[in-house]
Design a protein around this ligand. Sequence first.
Ligand code: SF4
Length: 347
Amino acid sequence: MGRTAILRDRVARLKGLSPARMRNAWLLWQSHRRAQREPSCQGPLMPPGAMPMSLSIEPTTSCNLRCPECPSGLRSFTRKTGLAKVQDASAWIHGMAESLVYCNLYFQGEPLLHPQLEGLIDTCRGHGIYASTSTNAHHLTAKRAQSLVEAGLNRLIVSIDGATQESYASYRIGGQLERVLEGTGHVLEASRSAQRGTHVVWQFLVVKPNEHDIPEIQRMAREMGVHELVLKTAQLDDPRDGHPLLTSHREHRRYDRDEASGKWVLRNPLKNECWRMWQGAVATWDGNVVPCCFDKDASHVMGNLNRESMKAIWHASAYDAFRRQVTSNRQGIDMCTNCSEGSHVYA
Ligand code: SF4
């Protein structure tokens, strides 16, 4: 882990800021501020020339693991599940290339189960868009690591939620820590020998069974030469006394116990604002646009990229109504009440 690697990564992300993208980002920021000041102003909240500066694309809903708080792991989606068509998803990126600064090639599911993920990375590279993805690393063979790096992947987030097989598998049900370590080694090796390497991040989701592993995971990350380690807080559907995943480390959880009621509540003022939703959008594997990554089951579909342009979707009345609701009554939207946006935790 090193400051230089982190700095290099942040600079790489900023490199995509062409004058047109900077202007767009400024428009987004200005309109976001204005909406906070005047949530019930006349006319659309989003200026006509503004477009998303980030897009998350879901390569697939499939996953090889069975994590207990994840709809892919639980196989609990009510929406259709499947695999993104690379041609379609590349067309979505092409259509937004003037405004997109970065593209997250993940949402639900395990992205490396998509055999042509590299095609999407390559499309991002062709437009100078920073591309990242996130994996449980069970399919990160030496060959795959090489091909991801060669395709131009800027950042790879590797989920490693334990320093021993026992603590790791208590959340990553069905997972093998050994494979995560091997996969990390492969991508670090491929990255070292490439002209333009991939920034490798270990993401450690802090939950009760692994909370004692934090010093050890920090040591392991240093020893392996991982570029960055982040400790992530867990979103729990039903935080309560005795919840098996609720960590006792206050700084690594999103919830506090209200002593009067005995209930666990989100430690977030839930202000009527949301920069995450304002600046970007999320596309499911089949092209449905949802406002943010908290909409895991796609309950708030704003349109479909296989039938309409992002411009049409982004400026349609449904999106405007959603933005208005968040900026006037965020607590009225179910998913927004268990969301870390606006708090100071890493989520
Ligand atoms: S859940 Fe609501 S507040 Fe949270 S990121 Fe999504 S739109 Fe924003």
